[in-house]
Design a protein around this ligand. Structure first.
Ligand code: GNR
Ligand code: NI
Length: 174
């Protein structure tokens, strides 16, 4: 298994639209395992393939306290969402250190395939519902900061670009 590099906002590759998975083979299983390892290592509660520069419709999520309830969603579709909305203070591994409120449907029903290509449906609420919608946005090339005001988004962009420059300077000195 390997830990994959997570793209950081405002990397333009985060805005690519992911294509459906069509082949369910060992290579896909390896990608799922590497994405799970990368998510647990980060640590995060979810990871979309787009974040590791693989532009295929694949998401891993584990919202359990014990980190032993991995859920894999391939080619996910939201087939129902509640009229009720909830605000959640979201974060993102591609936008490190930034948290802000995002309003989304409180509950969703999702249809997806598992790592073997077998279809399943799931009704989600709470953090799982937030996470599924956040990850599916990544697959569409959307990062949660795009829900914030342009002023906030530009401040976040500037802060992360500055951090990136500092990181690159440090790396060059070594
Ligand atoms: O680890 C994560 N935590 C989180 C918290 C609130 C709302 C969404 C998330 S998802 C995030 C991991 C991530 O960036 N997934 O794309
Ligand atoms: Ni994210």
């Amino acid at each position: 298994m390997s830990i994959l590099n997570i793209l950081r906002y405002p990397d333009p590759r985060l805005h690519k639209v992911a294509k459906p998975v069509t082949v369910f083979d060992e290579k896909l299983k390896k990608l799922v395992a590497d994405m799970a390892e990368t998510m647990y290592d980060a640590p995060g509660v979810g990871l979309a393939a787009s974040q590791v520069d693989v532009h295929e419709q694949l998401v891993v999520i584990d919202v359990s306290e014990t980190n032993d309830q991995l859920q894999v969603f391939i080619n996910p579709e939201i087939i129902w969402s509640s009229d009720e909305r909830k605000v959640y203070d979201e974060g993102c591994l591609s936008v490190p250190g930034i948290y802000d409120d995002v309003e989304r449907p409180a509950e969703v029903k999702v249809r997806a395939l598992d790592a073997d290509g077998k279809p399943f449906e799931l009704h989600a609420d709470g953090l799982l519902a937030v996470c599924i919608q956040h990850e599916m946005d990544h697959l569409k090339g959307k990062v949660f900061v795009e829900y914030l005001s342009p002023l906030k988004r530009n401040r976040i962009k500037a802060k992360l670009q500055k951090e990136e420059r500092e990181m690159n300077k440090k790396a060059a000195r070594r």
